[in-house]
Write a protein that binds this ligand. Structure first.
Ligand SMILES: C[S@@+](CC[C@H](N)C(=O)[O-])C[C@H]1O[C@@H](n2cnc3c(N)ncnc32)[C@H](O)[C@@H]1O
Length: 274
């Protein structure tokens, strides 16, 4: 692990992947072993794995409180990380999945410590989206991809391009601001369904996706028509996948600037593909 200037503390943020074991990179395992302290926000089972790698691993999950806004909890997590680095330790903060995907405290701690002159870095991990691409066989580059958080999507005037693949995160806690927990009532899903029905036909197939968190267990892949979305029961780890409607029309004006037409473009593509 890189030393910080003046032997001050340093921070490396790592991701442990989604599946309990096997998705941690070799470099992540190495920095975990060599850390003075590991602060973790992972499941109980993953925490035991981390403890086996570095006995000085502390869970920050106790900061979650059902009556406290998630933003306040994230702020406290960031502060714990910053305090340990400022006390001069080589700190590793471990989050599940990719530590930079939908994780506020990791980015906030890096920003604050970098501004204060500490050595900081983030190592990539395997996110739920990575698992989704593999399990569902959906290449985000094929039709383009939009990826966003369910509540933000509903509360802001975003527009979506229905040709593209849509990945909608946190559908299990729409319009909820405290620590998410599994439950049976999800009124926000009906609102999300109404919003999506403006762009897609009622029978457009969508997928409730949950990557396996335990090895050898199958992922949840529930395909349903869009007009049934309001009635499903998601978990806190569910992600909604809306496959795209296919490629949009050609923009012949722009193609002409490159001396191309749709036909010559298709010929070029097939020639390039051998
Ligand atoms: C706070 S974000 C954390 C994302 C995580 N850092 C990652 O790299 O995937 C939580 C959201 O990620 C998605 N998620 C987490 N675990 C998942 C899983 N096993 N399968 C599918 N989506 C998952 C869900 O949308 C969930 O609401």
């Amino acid at each position: 692990m890189a030393d910080s200037p003046n032997n001050k503390g340093s921070l490396t943020i790592v991701g442990t992947g989604i599946t309990l074991s096997g998705q941690m990179t070799l470099i992540t395992e190495s920095v975990l072993e060599n850390a003075d302290i590991v602060l973790s926000v992972v499941t109980q089972s993953a925490f035991i794995n981390l403890k086996n790698i570095n006995s000085n691993t502390i869970s920050l999950r106790d900061l979650y409180d059902v009556n406290t806004s998630r933003l306040v909890t994230y702020q406290k997590m960031k502060q714990r990380i910053v305090d340990e680095v400022e006390s001069g330790k080589r700190v590793v903060a471990a989050f599940y999945g990719h530590p930079g995907v939908f994780v506020d405290p990791s980015h906030d701690a890096i920003d604050e410590l970098r501004n204060k002159g500490f050595s900081v870095r983030m190592l990539p991990g395997i996110s739920a989206e990575d698992c989704l691409v593999a399990d569902l066989g959906l290449d985000p580059s094929r039709f383009g991809c939009q990826s966003y958080e369910a509540t933000q999507f509903l509360f802001r005037r975003y527009s979506i391009d229905p040709h593209m693949l849509q990945i909608i995160w946190q559908i299990g806690c729409i319009a909820e601001f405290n620590h998410p927990k599994n439950k049976t009532e999800h009124p926000g899903l009906a609102t999300l369904m109404e919003a999506l029905l403006k762009f897609y036909p009622a029978d457009h197939k969508v997928i409730i996706y949950e990557a396996a968190t335990i090895p050898l267990v199958a992922p949840r892949i529930d395909e349903i028509p869009l007009n049934e979305l309001g009635y499903i029961v998601p978990n806190t780890i569910s992600t909604l996948v809306v496959p795209g409607l296919g490629l949009p029309e050609y923009d012949t004006e722009t193609m002409a600037k490159f001396g191309l037409t749709p036909d010559t473009f298709k010929q070029k593509l097939s020639a390039d593909n051998g």
